[in-house]
Design a protein around this ligand. Structure first.
Ligand SMILES: C[S@@+](CC[C@H](N)C(=O)[O-])C[C@H]1O[C@@H](n2cnc3c(N)ncnc32)[C@H](O)[C@@H]1O
Ligand code: SF4
Length: 510
């Protein structure tokens, strides 16, 4: 690794080469700037249309209108965690998994798992009927590893018995530093590996004790260090999550995290931007006395550049603005599925999101996205009564196909296939809107044109655009999606959603 001063100098000169800070006012005027708010309900534009743009839907219409096709990925949500982190906006309940907690949880976890298995069984029957196989499974949350071995084993049995899982399919489970280092944690991981789990993913968020304290993670840096050693011992393929921009975070803290990564060298690394909804850190960001405890936009850009440059020097390949792999074989198929235009995804559990094509009989639609009831109690009640938990969704018509091609396609490069060209002709006004927007962002240097493998014209984020990756992608949400997001946002105070005032801090804080 480079010495600290040299690395900071290199990052600063690379930002200057990109025209920062002079270009920031023009970018802000175009809607491009680092934001701390969730974008459409999530901390990254991982799915499109975003969850906050979905509207109430009749479950039966969706179930009958969907066509699953030959393959889908499967996501199973375990909504329990042993900590309630101050930044996290996921649908989770507190549960430690310890014997006394299990005895006093009023059967909540048991009822939850029973409902989950009921939902799994009903989709299993439908996918068997449509001849749909499962190409990858992600058991996420929450913190699934907080469940005991018997519960995890029952869940895997339900999956193996009821779904046609393709040979070689990746099966990933989410844990946390506390669950991995708990007594019996490494034995539980070995057991899961023997039962077919192929990958582990967990969040460290930061190796800085002050940041960890305010994030309410329930550990100091020694615990994730031990968790990484256990993960590396049991799994060949594992992922570690970090977050830039948490309360008390700074370029110095980012540097400390890079130094740890240089020692640990996880096969896969995800380094998110902290974005806050209505959770404590979102409220702190809006409080004058606490606001200064968050890094400003220029500090974030400096930290991000340090991350990119130093991870490249460590031999990591960047798969997008947030994700890094030590070797091609560790690329996360699930993340690619979530951001792809056409791959199908079935989500099981509260707040889970699904995406599929349209049934052949459904001529008006190109597909559906649907989302389950997010409230855990209502989810259990609905499924236990034999009803579908689908609560909201959106029919995917030509507008949304076009929007998806930009909002997810620009991340890695968007080329137009025959279907997109037909959509363009069907929607001339919207196409002109996207052409104008793309041209404006090319002129600002946030997007660039390129030639695809077969010489076709492509468009993608530039190096400058990737510094504001999610914010740039969010500009391409469809007009209908933007209207729905604005309607929902108007009901709340959204200071975290504002582009920062450039005059606020032109100094590089490190
Ligand atoms: C669903 S969590 C599961 C991981 C596990 N429960 C843990 O915390 O170790 C997946 C990841 O989302 C990221 N995340 C959650 N809330 C976030 C936020 N507000 N901003 C940015 N990233 C966030 C964290 O990095 C977290 O590890
Ligand atoms: S970050 Fe992980 S452990 Fe913390 S509340 Fe969210 S899902 Fe649970």
């Amino acid at each position: 690794m480079r010495p600290r001063e040299a690395a900071f100098d290199e990052a600063l000169s690379s930002l200057r080469r990109l025209g920062i800070p002079a270009v920031l006012p023009a970018l802000h005027a175009a809607g491009v700037g680092v934001r701390r708010t969730v974008l459409g309900g999530s901390h990254s534009v991982a799915i499109y249309p975003p969850i906050d743009s979905l509207t109430p839907l009749e479950p039966r219409d969706a179930i009958e209108g969907i066509g699953w096709g030959k393959e889908t990925s499967l996501y199973v949500h375990i909504a329990f965690c042993e900590t309630r982190c101050t930044f996290c906006h996921y649908a989770v309940d507190h549960y430690t998994g310890k014997a006394d907690d299990a005895a006093t949880d009023d059967g909540k976890v048991t009822r939850y798992l029973a409902a989950l298995k009921r939902e799994l069984a009903s989709w299993g029957v439908r996918l068997a009927r449509s001849g749909t196989a499962v190409s990858s499974i992600y058991i996420g949350g929450g913190t699934p590893l907080v469940l005991d071995r018997t519960a995890l084993s029952d869940l895997l049995d339900a999956l193996y018995d009821q779904y046609d899982i393709l040979p070689g399919a990746e099966i990933c489970i989410e844990g946390s530093p506390l669950t991995i280092t708990a007594p019996g944690g490494s034995e539980k991981l070995r057991f899961l590996r023997e039962r077919g789990v192929t990958r582990l993913s967990f969040g460290v968020q930061s190796f800085d004790d002050t940041v960890l304290k305010y994030a309410a993670r329930g550990y100091k840096r020694d615990i994730p260090l031990r968790a990484c050693a256990i993960a590396a011992d049991v799994f060949e393929n594992w992922n570690l999550d970090l977050i830039q921009g948490l309360y008390k975070g700074s370029p110095s803290e980012t540097w400390g995290n890079i130094e740890q990564i240089a020692d640990i060298r996880p096969p896969h690394l995800t380094w998110y931007h902290g974005r806050f909804g209505d959770r404590p850190q979102g409220r702190w960001y809006n409080t004058d006395s606490r606001h200064a405890g968050f890094e400003d936009e220029q500090a974030t850009l400096l930290g991000r550049t340090l991350i990119w440059q130093q991870l490249a020097a460590l031999g990591y390949r960047q798969t997008d603005g947030n994700r890094f792999v030590r070797d091609q074989q560790y690329t996360d198929p699930f993340k690619q599925i979530r951001t792809s235009v056409s791959r199908h995804l079935l989500g099981i559990g509260p707040a889970s999101y699904s995406r599929a094509g349209a049934a052949a009989s459904n001529a008006d639609s190109r597909g559906y996205v649907i989302r389950n009831e997010p409230d855990i109690g209502r989810y259990i009640e609905t499924v236990s009564a034999g009803n579908s938990p689908i609560a909201t969704g959106r029919v995917i018509g030509p507008d949304e196909v076009l929007a998806t091609s930009y909002a997810t396609g620009l991340r890695t490069g968007r080329v137009e296939d025959a279907e997109l060209q037909i959509m363009r002709l069907a929607r001339p006004q919207l196409s002109r809107h996207y052409d104008t927007l793309a041209r404006q962002l090319i002129d600002l240097g946030a997007l660039e044109e390129y030639r695809g493998d077969r010489g076709e014209a492509g468009l993608r984020l530039s190096e400058l655009g990737r510094l504001f990756e999610d914010e740039t992608l969010a500009l391409f949400f469809s007009p209908a999606v933007k209207r729905e997001l604005e309607r929902k946002a108007s009901a709340t105070d959204v200071r975290t959603g504002q582009i920062p005032n450039t005059a606020e801090g032109l100094s590089w804080a490190h």
